[in-house]
Design a protein around this ligand. Structure first.
Ligand code: CA
Length: 437
């Protein structure tokens, strides 16, 4: 099965000059979607597409009347304050709009004159949530993260026996998910030190981030119906960067027997741009399961999933402390990893989620779980990097961290590279810790 088409051609150039610059996250081969408006304006939020350092304003494109058929239907649905209706249209419409946008933004396009006034500089816009997330489920698909965290919480029993059979997840809270730029107060709650007889109450002392991808569902399924593994990817609209902020001391005290609760639901942050599944086609890789591990049950197994079910999405985490901001220093890199290490694929997550008849709606989101790689330096959380808070991490300017401090801004980035294709990126997701209220 080939997912590559003319929109992925490395030789395509855009008449938007900044889209042709080496290293841009948003060349013409990417074309991710967001919801935006001009900064400090009273404009309505509406759909936009990133091209170089610009946003293509879909309201202006819709008015231009240059598209037709399925592309025009998709465009009108995407010209909205939330992308849910567009996401619910399905793959045929997403692809039709992507192809029309790709052709209209290419060098030599007859539509250049009509679209030149549809560009707004990304530096001049603000974003809202790209869609209404009705439901959000966070998975736990990095076996390296699961093992490292399991060792800290349960030294004698790090990886529970279900891990290699079931894509583990829990139902997260969608109302506290915000878009990049989110700032939130350090959560308060109950914690209990291992040597204390009773718990105490106060601000979280072990605040952490989690480096994840968000996976947005497009067209959903009826309650009671299952999505087969063969169909699963056709329901996935696209991917974003996702920071699942975590209060580790609250988590350690509350997580048994029902899982994360107040340790996770005070804030989570997504990147504004959704990179479509179609744009990610060149960066797919084989997925395999170690021969010594249990192989997936039949409903989670397909030849396509084996051949191309994984995505090599590279990610990193940077920290900008208040001191760095004051002294105008660059943020410090904490770690780097890739989604290709995931123990379960996106298709397996989608299929498993619906195997009992659970329904998806357009705009529902799955968290990938913290994407730690096999090496300690590739860990996607401070809990792992500081080995449970026992070792300090020294930053480039000499500051030290075990967990996040007030004023810290966490920045996550993502990008994809493959031989014979252009590099594409996700932009960034940023969030800042404020003092407890
Ligand atoms: Ca998580």
């Amino acid at each position: 099965m080939s997912f590559i088409n003319e929109t992925h051609d490395i030789n395509l150039k855009s008449w938007v000059a900044s889209a042709n610059q080496a290293g841009t996250d948003f060349p013409i081969q990417n074309l991710p979607f967001a919801v935006f408006r001009r900064k400090d304006s009273n404009e309505e939020f509406r759909g936009g597409v990133a091209i170089g350092d610009q946003v293509l304003d879909l309201a202006v494109v819709a008015d231009a009347g240059i598209f037709s058929g399925e592309a025009q239907v998709a465009l009108e649905a995407a010209n909205a304050q939330a992308l849910n209706e567009f996401m619910g249209l399905g793959q045929t419409y997403w692809s039709a709009l992507r192809l029309a946008l790709s052709r209209a933004l290419r060098e030599g396009s007859e539509h250049q004159a009509a679209l030149e006034n549809a560009l707004v500089a990304q530096a001049d816009v603000e974003y809202s949530m790209p869609c209404h997330i009705g439901d959000y489920t966070d998975f736990y698909t990095s076996i390296y993260h699961a093992t490292a965290v399991g060792k800290l919480f349960r030294p004698d029993n790090p990886l529970l026996p279900n891990y290699k059979w079931v894509p583990i997840g829990y139902h997260g809270r969608s109302s506290s998910i915000g878009v990049s730029g989110q700032a939130f107060h350090r959560p308060k709650g109950q914690t209990k030190a291992p040597d204390a007889d009773t718990p105490s109450f106060g601000p979280c002392k072990r605040l952490d981030y989690e480096l994840e991808l968000g996976i947005y569902l497009g067209n959903g399924n009826e309650l009671g119906e299952q999505i087969s593994i063969e169909d699963a990817e056709s329901h996935v609209f696209g991917f974003c960067l996702f920071n699942d902020w975590s209060a580790r001391d609250l988590q350690a005290w509350e997580y048994q027997p029902l899982g994360p609760f107040l340790a996770k639901n005070f804030a989570s942050t997504v990147s504004p741009w959704i990179v479509t599944t179609e744009a990610l086609a060149p960066y797919r890789t084989q997925w395999h399961r170690d021969e010594n591990d249990p192989q997936p049950m039949e409903y989670l197994e397909s030849s396509h999933n084996r051949e191309a079910g994984a995505f090599d999405i590279q990610m990193d985490v940077l920290l900008e402390t208040a001191k760095m901001r004051e002294e105008q220093q660059s943020p410090a890199k904490l770690s780097e990893s890739s989604f290709k290490h995931s123990y379960w694929t996106v298709a397996q997550m989608v299929t498993h989620h619906t195997v009992n008849g659970c329904n998806f709606l357009p705009g529902d989101m799955l968290g990938s779980g913290t994407q730690s790689g096999p090496e300690h330096e590739e860990a996607g959380s401070l809990l792992e990097l500081s080995r449970g808070g026992t070792e300090s991490i020294t930053l480039a300017n000499g500051e030290e961290r075990k967990f996040l401090e007030d004023g810290d801004k966490v920045i996550m980035r993502g990008w994809c590279e493959a031989d014979g294709f252009n590099r594409i990126g996700f932009g960034s997701v940023e969030g800042t810790v404020l003092p407890a209220k």
